[in-house]
Ligand binder design. Sequence first.
Ligand code: DP6
Length: 339
Amino acid sequence: MKKNNRVLKATAVSPANIAFIKYWGQKDSKLILPCNNSISMNIDNCLTTTTVEFSPKYKRDIVKIKFFGEKEKERKGRRTNQLLTQVDRFRKMAEIDWKVKILSRNSFPSDAGIADSASAFSALTFALTKALGLEFNKKELSIQTRLAGSGSACRSIIDGFAEWKKGNSSHSSYAVQIADEDHWSLADIVVVVNQQLKEVSSWRGHQLAETSFYFKARLKELPERVKKTRQAIKTKNFELLGQMIEQDAVSMHFITMTSKPPVFYWNGTTLDIIQALRRWRKNGLLGYFTIDAGPNVHVICQQKDIKTLERKLKRISGVKFTIINKPCRGARIVRKHLF
Ligand code: DP6
């Protein structure tokens, strides 16, 4: 890390990412060290743009968020506190005590059940470092983003397809690239079946993971699945990738359902989509499911099949809407500020 001339205002854009191999369970909840490596793809229609400005003209820290389709509003509460904790860490590093104004804007509906924490924390972290003139390389930026609290955000720093190496210390736990965004024309059709906030946060889920008798078994079989998923991406083996992501999603949800207390994220429509995908595959239409900590389904497919799959998915009763995504770059600095 180098310190150079302070710009004090900067804007970053960053995508959410969909995990092919899930981060579920923490070895260290303070340092956000995961129990296993995870693999993801950035998704281009789920972006957060964040502008930060440090200035003596601000008498207090101001955090404003503009959710998709809503008005820009000052926010307080747990989320804002988390963002400001990250700000404080960087203020210390830069040896500055000026107050900050943050404005963040999402390009996707907040009721789509797509956690915006990955895009939000990675955009914030990158913008903060730039504004304060703290120069980090990608590895360090990924580490700093991880420390913000939403571990999966560290994967959004990397372009395209990323693997978060679990590491065994803060220094060795960060994301690296498997392939860039142009490597493979995949798509992620997010199928929204429920617009409510998730009942049990991922944070709580991470803590509950090891109360499942089967968590050890998951960790045992993961290195092989991680290896095959990495290979499937590198060699563009779509069927292998599909098998791996479905196995991993089921494995993660099996852990949630067998945790104490158990957590059931799926609803009836989630299962209807899983069954439909399996039926369509028998007729040669390839779409594979993965599911995060909620009932919405991410259908991973090849770009040539987007239209057919989307049309069929929308016909399933209980499906509210879909969002089509392609792989994209990770966090980047842009010139145009939000204010
Ligand atoms: C199921 O703690 O990174 O999405 O709740 O978004 O902060 P947030 O999530 P985080 O856990 C992510 C859990 C997951 C799987 C994954 O993205 O790897």
